[in-house]
Design a protein around this ligand. Structure first.
Ligand code: OMP
Length: 271
């Protein structure tokens, strides 16, 4: 099955554009709960409400061997009807990128990943060759420093345009297998609007609501495609740490349910 088909099925199955970011931070988690138990409890409490889970490798790598084992076992616990994204943000020369792709797709078994395009096509191609997996290319990131490089006006394709727009154009040209998506931060709504207008069919992974302050209504209005789909709106801390007590999974479910419903209200008015 193609990545887009898997994503679309997941969105329909749970009537949700919400991607839950599983970024476990022991300093914020309830005391005495392991990362694995925490993640499994969050998944069990929310799997009927999300279209995807995104596991940011940093939070697992920081915990060493046990973290890597938790990464694998958490991925294995994600139900097949929901998309599992390995957020690794890799970017290296082709030969090394091949090894990164094998780790993310073959060993860990993720449906999709995030890729940093700074090294160009040959660094992205090994991921694209996994035709049934999604490859989300960092385009306009949500952080303040996004302006340092991504806003620079550069000469490309016979005109001057911001670098992030050049990245989006290249991504569209590279998308011969139909498995590319773009990462665009909710904190830059004007840029999000422009990207969706120029690339009406491309899946967008949109982090930056909640803890980072992105506006949910604008994110949905500008981010969704013409069917109000092909969009993953990520939320991590808002859901994971809705409670730091023993009731964390119940609180995460409540936060997830409220967020999904708010997104769906905005989706309905975007149609
Ligand atoms: P919260 O701010 O807690 O919802 O987490 C955001 C998640 O999205 C983290 O895993 C970030 O690393 C990730 N992220 C961004 O916040 N901004 C980006 O531009 C890109 C990503 C990402 O690729 O997922």
């Amino acid at each position: 099955m193609s990545f887009i088909a898997k994503l679309t099925n997941a969105i329909h199955h749970n009537n949700s554009l919400l991607c839950i970011g599983l970024d476990p931070d022991p300093d914020k988690m309830p005391a005495g709960v392991s990362v694995l138990d925490f993640n499994w409890a969050i998944i069990d409490a929310t799997a009927d409400l999300a279209c995807a889970y995104k596991l940011n490798f940093a939070f697992y790598e920081a915990l060493g061997e046990e973290g890597l084992s938790s990464l694998k076992r958490t991925r294995e616990h994600i139900p097949g009807n929901v998309v599992a994204i390995g957020d690794a943000k890799r970017g290296d020369i082709g030969n090394t990128a091949k090894a990164y792709a094998r780790a993310i797709f073959d060993y860990f078994g993720f449906d999709a990943t995030t890729v940093n395009p700074y090294l160009g096509f040959d660094s992205v191609e090994p991921f694209l060759q996994y035709q049934d997996r999604g490859v989300f290319i960092l385009c306009r990131t949500s952080n303040a420093g996004a302006i340092d490089f991504q806003s620079l006006s550069v000469e490309a394709d016979g005109g001057r345009r911001p670098l992030f727009e050049v990245v989006a154009r290249k991504a569209a040209q590279w998308n011969t297998n139909g498995n590319i998506g773009l990462v665009v931060g909710a904190t830059y709504p004007d840029e999000l609007k422009a990207i969706r207008e120029n690339y009406p069919d491309i899946p967008l992974l949109i982090p930056g609501i909640g803890a980072q302050g992105g506006d949910l209504a604008l994110t949905v209005r500008y981010g969704v495609d013409r069917r109000a789909e092909r969009t993953l709106i990520n939320s991590s801390r808002l859901i994971l740490y809705a409670s730091r007590e023993k009731d964390f999974a119940v609180a995460a479910r409540k936060a997830t349910s409220e967020l999904r419903d708010q997104i769906n209200t905005h989706r309905a008015s975007a149609l």
